[in-house]
Design a protein around this ligand. Structure first.
Ligand SMILES: Nc1ncnc2c1ncn2[C@@H]1O[C@H](COP(=O)(O)OP(=O)(O)OP(=O)(O)O)[C@@H](O)[C@H]1O
Ligand SMILES: [Mg+2]
Length: 313
């Protein structure tokens, strides 16, 4: 395959903070009455967001985060699931993940909240590569129908509403996939709830540490062998359900107490409906085989791929 998109999509999300930073200050006119500067304006918006959300948290979000974060998590608090936000685990390309405290009603303990970045900065290149053959999901997780004219038209015209519909669809694909995989016995976080801009799931880690990804670790041979077998089992399980992760690499595998947990599913691919499925699986397999063979596991891309996709000539 030619596949320029293969490289493109690695940095497919614009970072919204750098988008703010990239803006150059305008030249001031003489006698110009000072207005609130950009940061103060955003701060003001953030404060309104926080006050409106009425959600006080141990974690003190930054200027660019606050309104967005608290409004995104408010639905989970309203559902009675969330007691507190304790800290930010990591800012990924498309989302931030926060360590949260579950409410007593939800059984206490830690939860992970994945909060997607503001939609205005989500510019996923080549998203059609992933979307082919899969439904557009609404916030209830149901597939949009051809007769949903308003949504279909908005998507076609790429209006703000259309983008919002697509944003919800990515998020719901992640949540639905976690549900299906968890029910099928896969090694994924337990999904708990979804809302307009985030999902809540079990936290992998403890009060002090979040689980590292395999990309940050070099396992010894025995650990690597066991981890590889888990990953292989999960790849097969996904294929049995007709899906491919589509962005699998050591950076989307958490490692905690010698267990591997697969994460990050918004781009999940339908095997049946997507003509790119084979190539995307091969890319996933290559990244995994490269990593595990470097740790001393007896595997390589061709062999692993052929065992998963047996019709390969
Ligand atoms: N359930 C969880 N428990 C603990 N940490 C988590 C959990 N889910 C995600 N994380 C952490 O948050 C990071 C980002 O999560 P995820 O990969 O789902 O988002 P992302 O924005 O797609 O990231 P990237 O684009 O960098 O792959 C992960 O690398 C991991 O460190
Ligand atoms: Mg990730």
């Amino acid at each position: 395959m030619t596949g320029d998109w293969m490289n493109d999509d690695l940095d497919r999300y614009a970072d919204y903070e750098s988008a703010f930073e990239a803006r150059q200050p305008r030249k001031r006119k003489p006698n110009h009455k000072p207005k609130l500067d950009r940061a103060a304006q955003i701060g003001a918006v953030a404060e309104v967001g926080a006050m409106e959300s009425g959600f006080n948290t141990t974690y003190k979000p930054g200027l660019f985060e606050e309104g967005w974060l608290l409004n995104s998590l408010k639905p989970f608090q309203d559902m009675g699931l969330l007691a507190d936000v304790l800290g930010r685990v990591k800012g990924g390309k498309e989302a931030n993940v926060y360590r949260c405290e579950a409410s007593e009603m939800a059984g206490g303990g830690l939860l992970a909240a994945k909060v997607y970045r503001p939609q205005m900065f989500r510019t996923m290149k080549n998203d059609h590569v992933y979307r082919e053959g899969r439904n557009i999901l609404n916030s209830g997780g149901a597939a949009l129908k051809k007769t949903d004219h308003r949504e279909m038209r908005a998507i076609g015209k790429k209006t703000a509403y259309g983008q919002e519909v697509m944003h919800t669809s990515w998020l719901m694909h992640e949540f639905q996939t976690l549900k299906r995989l968890h029910e099928a016995g896969a090694d994924v976080p337990r999904p708990i709830a979804s809302a307009a801009n985030g999902i809540l799931m079990s936290f992998v880690g403890d009060e002090r540490l979040s689980a590292p990804t395999l990309g940050e670790l070099r396992l010894d041979e025995d650990e690597a062998q066991a981890a590889f077998e888990t990953v292989e089992r999960n790849l097969r399980l996904m294929l049995d359900l007709g899906i491919i992760h589509g962005d699998l690499s050591p950076y989307n595998l958490l490692y905690w107490e010698e267990q591997v947990i697969l994460i990050d599913f918004p781009q999940v691919i339908s095997v049946e409906g997507n003509p790119n499925a084979r190539d995307l699986l091969r890319r996933d397999v290559k990244r995994l085989a490269d990593y595990f063979s470097a740790c001393g596991v007896d595997t390589d891309t061709d062999r692993l791929f052929a065992s998963l996709w047996p019709d390969e000539e």
